[in-house]
Design a protein around this ligand. Structure first.
Ligand code: IMP
Length: 406
């Protein structure tokens, strides 16, 4: 029996999708517990690329039962689109492999509309995540169970009245075509029905049977609504606490895996102390193909921020690091990592000699250039947590494994 959790240690886009896919092949269950279709998890197998936003990454391996937990917000239209996308790629998505919590909240077209017109300052993904969580906390939301018993229609109509007034009177923006959204939503709601169940019991029973369970985080620690760079955050608990409230089941995780990108990126607005606005930042974006999987936006790029990561490790109690995208640092004369901030809040850097050799696809640690190894050693000693895996490229087998998880 193994219970693992994989969380992004930075601002999301750390490369969690690949790690989840690697581990998921050995798991009986994969649980998502927060967020919604704002995530963008890319999995590459052979030459096939799968980009998932809402459905847990375990679906690709075909073995695991995938759970969308109560802490998630689910857009039935995107759920249906993603299901069809996977089917077209030869991956069947049936209720025996995917279960949506009856307590998960539902993202409606009204949420998406409001997100687009009101959250320009934050630079959200426009997937309606914030407004859906507002309705949850305000106790005016639709839960998946309301779709099963038909109670959703009344709440849906109340949301229309409320959001129409918000849109027209407060934001002075035209509202969406009500008849069109009603029909579209009803069709998608019907299609999601067979997937809805009480997931708390399903997860608990899997634990009692000593099954291997993986919890899959979305976004990253620094986007957590409590612990992130508020207000430039997402609206859910992306840190380990969210795993318990967002699934309803306590898990004593054997491995709490922090996925750390070897440099830093962020999409959307907000503070980013180690951001590079120069050609080095451009080069990082180019090397790492740093464009959002959900929105296509160019990601902001900068050096690794170990000082910020220290806090992230406190938040999550990580005991295993999966280091990603080290291959994107080849070709720099120097590589830097922030180890502190000065009195003005500017990063204080530790500087490392760079390495020129391409390391994409390496599978053996001894083949890594010495300077890359020194960089990794420093990360481990600063964070006091071992690096168990080093991802050296996008493909499943582009990986150096020091501490096997299966
Ligand atoms: P929201 O989650 O769409 O409300 O967006 C809030 C903030 O989180 C914005 O800065 C987004 O760019 C960021 N964000 C949301 N999801 C992700 C993700 O999966 N990766 C990286 N950033 C994300």
């Amino acid at each position: 029996m193994a219970n693992y959790i994989v969380l992004g240690a930075q601002w999301g886009d750390e490369g969690k999708g690949k790690i989840v896919d690697l581990i998921a092949g050995y798991m009986d269950m994969v649980v998502r517990f927060q967020g919604g279709a704002n995530a963008g998890h890319t999995v590459i197998i052979n030459d096939d690329e799968y980009v998932l936003h809402l459905i847990p990454g375990g679906i690709v391996s075909g073995k695991a039962v995938n759970i969308i937990g109560n802490g998630c917000v689910v857009d039935p239209l995107i759920f249906d689109k993603e299901r069809r996308y996977l089917k077209d790629k030869g991956i069947p998505v049936a209720p025996d492999k995917l279960i949506v919590s009856d307590q998960a909240h539902i993202v409606t077209p009204m949420h998406r509309h409001l997100d687009k017109i009101m959250n320009k300052k934050i630079g959200t993904t426009g997937r309606g995540i914030g407004p859906a969580y507002v309705d949850k906390v305000q106790r005016t939301g639709i839960r998946a169970g309301d779709i099963l018993n038909g109670a959703y229609e009344q709440i849906f109509n109340e949301q229309i009245r409320y959001y129409q007034r918000m849109s027209e009177c407060i934001f002075e923006e035209p509202f969406i075509d009500i008849n069109e959204i009603k029909t579209q939503f009803a069709t998608a709601a019907d299609k999601i029905k067979p997937f809805i169940a009480d997931t708390v019991n399903v997860i608990a029973e899997a634990a009692v049977r000593h099954q291997n369970i993986l919890y899959e985080g979305a976004q990253g620690t620094m986007l957590d609504v409590d612990h992130g760079s508020y207000p430039f955050v997402t609206s859910s608990s992306t840190t380990i606490g969210g795993a318990f409230t967002g699934s309803g089941v306590f898990m004593d995780f054997d491995k709490r895996i922090g996925v750390v990108k070897a440099y830093t990126t962020r999409v959307g607005e907000g503070p980013f102390p180690t951001e590079l606005h120069d050609t080095t930042g451009e080069q990082l974006r180019k090397n790492g193909h740093e464009f959002g999987a959900t929105t296509g936006r160019p990601r902001r790029c900068g050096w690794l921020d170990l000082k910020a990561l220290k806090r992230s490790f406190i938040n999550n109690g990580f005991n295993y690091i999966s280091l990603s995208k080290i291959s994107c640092l080849s070709g720099f004369d120097q590589v830097k990592a922030a180890v502190d901030y000065d009195a003005a809040g500017k990063p204080v850097y530790e500087t490392f000699d760079g390495w020129q050799q391409p390391i994409e696809g390496l599978k053996k640690e001894e083949d890594l250039p010495g300077n890359a190894r020194a960089y990794i050693d420093f990360i481990e000693s600063y964070l006091k947590v071992p690096v168990g895996m080093i991802s050296t490229g996008p493909a499943r087998d582009h990986i150096i494994i020091r501490d096997f998880l299966w």
